[in-house]
Write a protein that binds this ligand. Structure first.
Ligand code: PLP
Length: 397
């Protein structure tokens, strides 16, 4: 088969592969507990659902402007002004089918083949593949559990080279849960100006932060930084709207119109009904976020405590998102044998946990971080208790 080199180079999503395997086991009647999901287990709030129903009943079911309806752009502008203290105009906003499409459009718009993109690792699974799809080159910047996965300006500067085009930041972060330190972010912003590079900031977990963590939107710093940065955000995680597929980007008009060209020739507009619902998400009552955050916070504390009690497992308290990211390299060193084969890496270990404990989780290697596992706590407390009991049990012999 002569499929293109570009597609041959792309790895399938390991997250989706594990979710599919877990679903298959569930269909076979197994009581699989999933810590694999990247989405809130809550229902989309009622006020948002009602707006969607209204949109259908009013016949708002046709194509819209490719880059999104003006009402939604205005709602996004208002949100950014009020919550992030940064001002945009409608031509600097694009609405897409999820933050993932915004990222894809943004990377394709900014990168020429051979351009280097700085990417702190561990990192979310799709960044590397999207960069490769654009025929750009991911340059990894390792961050470490010992440093709470924080990224320093010095680490970024060390990797800047003549071909560096772009820095891709994600804070709050999937999978580590780190929220980047504000002072360090300010120094990183200075590097954009010093070396004339661009930045994409993925802020999709912005509202899911805990303890004393504070989120900083880079573009609120000053106009020069704003002129080099595209913010990516959306309603998926904050409003339990993953299936509605609405994300948005804010950035310089030239970039946004480039992104719109790609979108206009690929998916056209994001879903009309979901756009109407998203206006309500951004402008309507916000108390459901606090309820969701409270539940995540309790589960987070419980999960981290339990993980740290397991031999060979060490887990930081994540400050954002809804994932625990324990280090399991000491478990791997124990040389556990499963089906005649030694468990040597995070894929072997997650496979063992899935088959033997019937708990689905994601191996660290999916995030360019061997020796770790990612467990989502966006699931019920009962499942978290039961799932951790099972993991503890099979790891204890
Ligand atoms: C860091 C990060 N960015 C973007 C996305 C994609 O969000 P959406 O569902 O809006 O496409 C995800 C989803 O898992 C994510 O974890």
């Amino acid at each position: 088969m002569s499929i293109s080199e570009r597609v041959k180079n792309i790895n399938p999503s390991q997250t989706l592969a594990i979710t599919t395997q877990a679903l298959k086991m569930k269909r076979e009647g197994k009581k699989v507990i999933s810590f694999a999901a990247g989405e809130p287990d809550f229902a989309t709030p009622g006020n948002i659902r009602e707006e969607a129903i209204l949109a259908i009943n009013q016949g708002f079911t046709h194509y819209t402007a490719s880059s999104g309806i003006i009402e939604l752009k205005e709602a996004i502008i208002e949100k950014l002004k009020k919550e992030n203290r940064v001002e945009y105009i409608p031509s600097e906003i694009i609405v897409s089918s999820g933050a993932k499409q915004c990222l894809f459009n943004a990377i394709l718009t900014l990168c020429n083949p051979g351009d280097e993109v700085l990417l702190p690792i561990p990192c979310w699974v799709s960044y590397t593949e999207q960069i490769k799809f654009a025929q750009a080159v991911p340059i990894f910047i390792p961050t470490y559990q010992e440093e709470a996965f924080q990224l320093s300006a010095a680490q970024v500067e060390e990797k800047i080279a003549p071909k560096t085009k772009l820095l891709l930041l994600n804070s709050p972060h999937n999978p580590t849960g780190v929220v980047y330190d504000q002072e360090e972010l300010k120094k990183i912003a200075q590097l954009l100006l010093k070396y004339h590079i661009y930045c994409i900031c993925d802020e999709i977990y912005e509202k899911l932060i805990y303890d004393q963590a504070k989120h900083l939107t880079l573009t609120s710093l000053n106009d020069e930084v704003k002129a080099r940065t595209i913010i990516i955000n959306g309603v998926s995680k904050s409003y339990a709207m993953t299936g509605w597929r609405i994300g948005y980007a804010a950035g310089p008009e030239e970039f946004i119109s480039g992104m719109s060209k790609i979108q206009g020739h690929s998916t056209s507009n994001p879903n009309s009904i979901a756009q109407k619902a998203s206006v309500e998400a951004l402008l309507g009552r916000q108390d459901t976020i606090a309820e969701m955050r409270k539940a995540f916070d309790e589960r987070r504390k419980y999960m981290v405590k339990r993980l740290n009690k397991m031999e060979g497992v060490s887990c930081l308290n994540p400050s954002g998102a809804f994932y625990a990211f324990p280090k399991v390299s000491d478990v791997l060193k124990r040389g556990i044998e499963y089906q005649g084969k030694k468990i040597e890496n995070s894929v072997d270990l997650s496979d063992f946990i899935l088959k033997e404990a019937e708990v689905a989780l994601i191996p660290g290697s999916a995030f360019e971080a061997e020796g770790y596992l990612r467990l989502s706590y966006a699931t019920s407390m009962e499942d978290i208790q039961e799932g951790l009991d099972r993991i503890e049990h099979i790891l204890s012999y």
